[in-house]
Design a protein around this ligand. Structure first.
Ligand SMILES: Cc1ncc(COP(=O)(O)O)c(C=O)c1O
Length: 360
């Protein structure tokens, strides 16, 4: 007879979980980080911070200062903001607290960490498929499903498809779901066309997730935040979040970066230009592959010819270029890749391999 602990271990062992991306000395285009930001810019800020801080103390003032800088950047009152150890941690806390015995509606494909976390907490998930041709969301189907759930998750721009869900559609969904907790994940919003944050401030059932891991080039610092009505942020800050979720070093680096948004904005502009260049280039291969319009710092490509798909993966590996490959996406045919928009040089090297496969 298994005891409760062994049973729990077995149950947890059946969850697929996180697969660590391959480490490479080459080019990392698999996790949507910002490599256009110069590393010496981040390093100089980090060294300046290290000279000033006192790690013997718990971070207290640093939280306040981070909220101040975040509020200036977002133009949202401090009291509407909450922070986490990456937005992943906020997702984790929200699901562990609000998900218990409840149901979630989201779409498919979407951010895998969110799905994995639901599985960890045994939260039932309904996934409405995005349209295969253009990744658009069927609003009515989503609302119908969400009405049977307690939580709705909308990743916009969506990972891995890249498209931002139309603003009017999101507003209509929110208006129909007054008694549900709605999580809007805007991890890639700096590369997109709009943010829903100002629209949701008055609602006590909607939270918007953001991060400094993508556009701000601070994936290693683990700084995520959430924009919400005060009812949620008060509870989150005082009761749900642990007292010191982020270390002093990261908080201080985050503050300094938020004071330097001109440079960050410049890199975002460059990434968007490169994204459009890549998109139009790949679009020319439309009879061989399908490339999807993207509002994020990555591009999603469908490859139907499995021989070319595996040859592409092999060549990329040989050239030490890491991308995210999807051998199978539920409910869809073909294979897919998701490629981060890197520096001009990185993108050039990726396209060179692509050209080899498609002989153009
Ligand atoms: C949609 C989405 N949300 C959240 C995250 C997590 O970001 P963080 O680094 O802030 O935990 C990611 C990272 O890949 C993401 O793609």
């Amino acid at each position: 007879m298994q005891n409760w602990l062994e049973k729990k271990y077995d149950e947890l062992g059946k969850i697929e979980g996180y697969v660590k991306p391959e480490k490479s000395e080459g080019i990392k285009l698999d996790s949507n980080e910002n490599f256009v930001i110069r590393n010496d810019f981040i390093r100089d800020i980090s060294l300046k911070v290290l000279r000033k801080i006192d790690l013997r103390e718990y971070p207290l003032e640093q939280f306040e200062e981070f909220y101040t800088q975040l509020s200036k950047y977002t133009k949202i009152k401090k009291s509407y903001l909450s922070i986490g150890n990456g937005s992943d941690q906020i997702i984790d806390l929200v699901l562990s607290i609000f998900g218990k015995h409840n149901r979630v509606t989201t779409f498919t494909p979407t951010f895998s960490y969110f799905i994995d976390r639901c599985k960890l907490y045994s939260i039932a998930i309904d996934q409405v498929p995005l349209e295969k041709n253009d990744n658009l969301l069927d609003k009515s189907k989503f609302i119908k499903s969400a009405k049977k759930s307690q939580i709705a998750y909308i990743c916009s721009p969506n990972n891995p498809t890249g498209n931002q869900i139309e603003k009017q559609k999101v507003i209509e969904i929110i208006n129909e779901l007054d008694d549900k907790l709605i999580i809007i994940d805007e991890a890639y919003v700096e590369f997109a066309n709009y943010s829903i944050s100002n629209e949701i401030i008055k609602k006590n059932n909607v939270i918007v997730l953001r991060t400094l891991s993508k556009a701000f080039g601070l994936a290693g610092a683990r700084l995520g935040y959430c924009i919400s009505n005060e009812k949620f942020s008060n509870l989150f800050r005082k009761v749900i979040q642990s007292p010191y979720p982020i270390n002093t070093i990261s908080l201080c680096i985050g503050c300094e970066i938020l004071k330097n948004t001109d440079y960050i904005n410049e890199t975002i502009k460059g990434i968007k230009e490169e994204r459009d260049r890549l998109y139009f280039y790949l679009k020319k291969l439309e009879n061989k592959i399908r490339v999807f319009k993207t509002d994020a710092n990555f591009i999603f490509i469908q490859i139907n010819d499995s021989e070319r798909y595996y040859r592409l993966l092999e060549l990329l590996k040989k050239e030490k270029i890491i991308i995210k490959a999807f051998d199978k996406i539920e409910g869809r045919n073909g294979r897919y890749i998701r490629v981060t928009i890197g520096t001009k040089e990185m993108n050039k090297r990726f396209l060179k391999i692509f050209r080899k496969i498609y002989e153009v």
